[in-house]
Design a protein. Structure first.
Length: 247
């Protein structure tokens, strides 16, 4: 029986157990085939996909791509140390035989899956620029294929970076805006949302049917955005920062 809490704990997962459960169920009902995941982290979603694939009894494989640069991975060590954690997690859950881990950036994506003619499932949880990933994979998804996209929310995050700098994170908002554009163009349909994770399917339109202006409009919308209430303590830190005398 699939245990989403065990997967989340062992693989340092960031999503709720209910999300991993739904990822597993989506993979199990996908009908087998080749799955693509962009953004492995430490493999919690990958394991969920692979276990769902195995539970389906169908033939298939999971290709997962991860840069291991920046984000939450840095606190676990080097690229090599993170890669070892990921591969150990795959072995722990017995899915290393159906998963291929590809280390690298977006330029490596197509080269590593060039021989795959059709994909049965697409999951995106990387940097928010999902128009790039759709451009690579969308037209090679089979009709009605499930698509899973994380970090879909109309929100802006403000974070402290070090002791003297604020960063504005619009990844969630960009993903939200692009998903809306894809939906309006008839590329995808939403089936369900669990927290900030979007579950949908591929519709009949092709990638070329999406006007470039729709993608441009999404990026232009990032010029202005409203942030939720800052994290606890951020107001005080910001006040101290802005109250410092200029040198």
């Amino acid at each position: 029986m699939f245990d989403p809490e065990a997967v989340r704990t062992r693989c340092n997962g960031m999503l709720a157990p209910s999300v991993y459960q739904h990822i597993y169920e989506t993979a199990r009902s996908a009908g087998g085939g080749v799955f693509v995941e962009v953004g492995t982290a430490h493999g919690a979603a990958t394991v969920s996909l692979a276990l769902g694939l195995k539970a389906s009894g169908r033939q298939g494989h999971v290709h997962t791509f991860e840069k291991i640069v920046g984000g939450t991975r840095e606190r676990f060590g080097s690229i090599a140390e993170n890669e070892d954690i990921i591969r150990t997690n795959f072995r722990t859950f017995g899915v290393d035989d159906v998963v291929s881990l590809h280390i690298g950036g977006v330029d490596d994506l197509q080269a590593n899956v060039r021989e795959e003619r059709e994909f049965a499932l697409l999951m995106l949880d990387a940097d928010g620029r999902i128009d790039r990933d759709f451009g690579y994979f969308f037209d090679r998804l089979r009709p009605g294929a499930p698509i899973i996209i994380d970090d879909v929310a109309d929100l802006v995050r403000i974070k402290m970076k070090g002791s003297d700098r604020l960063t504005v994170d619009q990844k969630h908002r960009l993903t939200h805006l692009l998903v809306e554009a894809f939906t309006s163009a008839g590329l995808v349909a939403c089936n369900e949302r669990i927290r900030n994770t979007w579950f949908g399917t591929k519709r009949e339109a092709r990638w070329e049917d999406l006007p470039p202006s729709a993608v441009l409009a999404a990026y232009r919308s990032l010029v202005f955005g409203e942030a939720d209430r800052p994290m606890r303590g951020l107001e005080k830190k910001w006040h101290r920062l802005t109250s410092r005398p200029r040198q």
